[in-house]
Design a protein around this ligand. Structure first.
Ligand code: JBZ
Length: 291
């Protein structure tokens, strides 16, 4: 897969040299090209921004540097035989970037990312390239970033680890939280390793019992507890057919019941353990939590 990133902060993409993405580049499945947008700004100050039409705060990235940059990158990729590009535009007004998006992007031969700064890119740039190549405007989440570079790092890591031969055999995709097609999308519960006693804290007995059936059931219950507490929306979204008899009992104990449509909804007792529903963490009590 070929990746191009056009940015006014090429050094912000230096993390693409290390770790999983860096190894994928070294091993061959990933070919990354980071470009400085100012290369295509031709005035004395390499200007890439200007004041917004209609007024208002901030600056807008100008059409011309982006137009020349993308023409050049697209021509270079086509000449190298990269196939057909998908233009990925990180923007807070984009569709949500999800694991499903990552899977679809990992199936493409060539992605071009255009992380913006300031108030974003003149709309005509996206409109123009959308007549030539598929364009995806994507947001990584509901928080305010200063620019799209961090979003590109997130998306590239999520995509690169899906490429054939990038993850070792030890890690496989099928157990990932959020993997599409997983039987149920639940959060993972806690994990432990040696030593067996650390600062007076032991490891749950079941994990050293050697009883694989009981271990799987315990992990499943932990996942259900964790998901109900941190991501109740995921419980509501689950196909109820994915819950076995024991799951249903666990959910019922947590105050969940099948609603009129069959999907699980939180019953009136769901908050009985003190969650105020705000999503904010409970104050620490110094004593063991639930269960
Ligand atoms: C993103 C000005 O450029 C920005 C600003 C915020 C922002 C992005 C680009 S992409 N937020 C997100 O993925 O949520």
């Amino acid at each position: 897969m070929r990746l191009d990133v056009v940015t006014i902060f090429p050094e912000y993409l230096d993390p693409l040299d290390v770790s999983l993405v860096g190894k994928a580049r070294a091993r061959g499945p990933l070919d990354v090209h980071v470009h400085d947008l100012r290369q295509w700004a031709h005035d004395r100050h390499n200007t890439v921004d200007d004041t917004p039409y209609g007024g208002g705060p901030g600056m807008v990235m100008k059409t011309d540097p982006w137009g020349e940059a993308l023409d050049s990158v697209v021509a270079d990729g086509y000449e190298s035989g990269a196939g057909r590009p998908v233009l990925v535009v990180p923007t807070p007004s984009g569709r949500p970037f999800t694991q499903e998006t990552a899977v679809r992007l990992s199936e493409q031969p060539w992605l071009i990312f255009t992380p913006a700064r300031y108030e974003g890119i003149d709309r005509r740039v996206v409109d123009e390239y959308a007549t030539r190549v598929p364009v995806l405007e994507l947001s990584i989440g509901d928080y305010v970033l200063a620019g799209g570079e961090a979003a590109v790092l997130v998306m590239v890591e999520a995509v690169a680890r899906l490429l054939p031969g990038v993850l070792g055999n030890a890690e496989s995709h099928r157990d990932d939280s959020f993997a599409p097609g997983a039987m149920v999308d639940l959060l993972e519960g806690p994990v432990y390793t040696k030593p067996p006693l650390w600062r007076g804290r032991g490891v749950p007995e079941v994990l050293v019992s050697g009883h694989h059936g009981r271990i799987a059931r315990w992990r499943r219950d932990e996942a259900l507890h964790r998901t109900a507490e941190h991501r109740p929306d995921l419980i509501e979204r689950c196909d109820p057919a994915a819950f076995d008899k024991h799951d249903r009992a666990t959910l019922a104990a947590l105050g969940w019941q099948p609603g009129p449509g069959g999907r699980y909804v939180r019953g009136p007792l769901a908050d009985a353990e003190g969650d105020d529903g705000s999503g904010d963490p409970e104050p620490a009590t110094g004593t063991a939590r639930r269960r």
